[in-house]
Ligand binder design. Structure first.
Ligand code: SF4
Length: 302
């Protein structure tokens, strides 16, 4: 079992995914971009207060080349701070990447062996993708279905060896997406790519607990070498009920810089991507409530 904590450093986004709180047209969101000092402080809290040494840096997906590069520079700076202060694994989730952006990462990040590209296709059904994630790639980077898939291949071709792929469950029939996700993962696993799989389900979506358990079971059996991630979008009771099927539990909040040295974390609906059920429970407390035998990798309690 492994863990990592999500750290959202910006909620600015130029995309229009219908189920997302950061959607560009959502005027109820208070937009915020963290400073590098705030990020440094958050990483210090995650490592030394929450005792976790793996993190995922997240932002929205921007459109213009200059705003994308500005965002990427901040993300790479955050990754480098994380690596410099001793994080052992750093995921990042900022949307698709151009070759120029992949090159920038290659030339900027101080230890490439520690980074994992998180990029979920959301759905492998192109028509459904257009409906929920945007029609026009000329104005919305996320709307480019093919570029999103291709980014993973270009990332591996550039020499990187760790990916986190996934689908979003609950807005359409899931069966064919799960089959496609399994094939996608197997394609990389055969080349020894360290492959994580994420299958977050939309709150109040169409996938119930029993169906979700069956989905996790199917992926677990079909791609035993992949590492299935579950997050605290799910209640701890549910996580514990599927703990034998998953390899990673990721506790935290989708608010911008939500961690502090007190007992609770923030998850404001004014600044978060979504509001979690276990409101404000800090990662340390979540991880100590997980029912597993033995230790959790990257959770350094001793
Ligand atoms: S899912 Fe990502 S790209 Fe889409 S609106 Fe939300 S933050 Fe932006």
């Amino acid at each position: 079992m492994e863990t990592f904590v999500p750290l959202y450093i910006s909620n600015e986004c130029d995309s229009y995914c219908v189920m997302c709180g950061f959607n560009h047209s959502n005027s109820n969101v208070t937009r915020k971009v963290a400073t590098i000092d705030e990020i440094r402080e958050q990483l210090d809290i995650i490592k030394n207060h929450e005792k976790v040494s793996a993190v995922c840096i997240l932002t929205g997906e921007l459109f213009s080349p200059s705003s994308r590069m500005e965002n990427l520079k901040l993300v790479c700076e955050a990754i480098n701070v994380a690596i410099a202060v001793g994080f052992e694994k750093v995921f990042f989730n900022i949307g698709s990447l151009s070759n120029k952006e992949i090159d920038f990462i290659k030339n900027t990040v101080i230890d490439l062996s520690k980074i994992v590209l998180s990029l979920f296709q959301e759905t492998y059904d192109e028509q459904a993708y257009k409906k929920f994630f945007g029609l026009n790639p000329e104005k919305n980077a996320k709307a480019d279905f093919q570029n999103r898939i291709d980014t993973i291949d270009r990332w591996i071709s550039a020499g990187f060896s760790k990916i986190d792929i996934g689908v979003l469950l609950g807005f359409k029939e899931v069966e064919s997406d799960i089959e496609e996700l399994i094939s996608h993962a197997l394609r990389f696993i055969q080349f020894n790519v360290e492959t994580y799989i994420s299958t977050p389900r939309i709150k109040n979506g169409s996938v119930g607990d029993n169906e979700y358990r069956l989905i996790l079971n199917k992926i677990h059996n079909s791609v035993p070498n992949a590492k299935l991630i579950i997050t605290t979008r799910e209640k701890i009771e549910f996580i514990n009920s599927v703990i034998d099927l998953v390899s990673v539990v990721s506790p935290g909040s989708s608010d911008i810089c939500p961690y502090n040295r007190g007992q609770y974390i923030s998850n404001s609906n004014l600044t978060s991507q979504f509001v979690i059920d276990e409101k404000r429970l800090r990662p340390f407390d979540v991880l100590t409530r997980i029912n597993i035998d033995g230790s959790i990798r990257y959770f350094n309690v001793n």
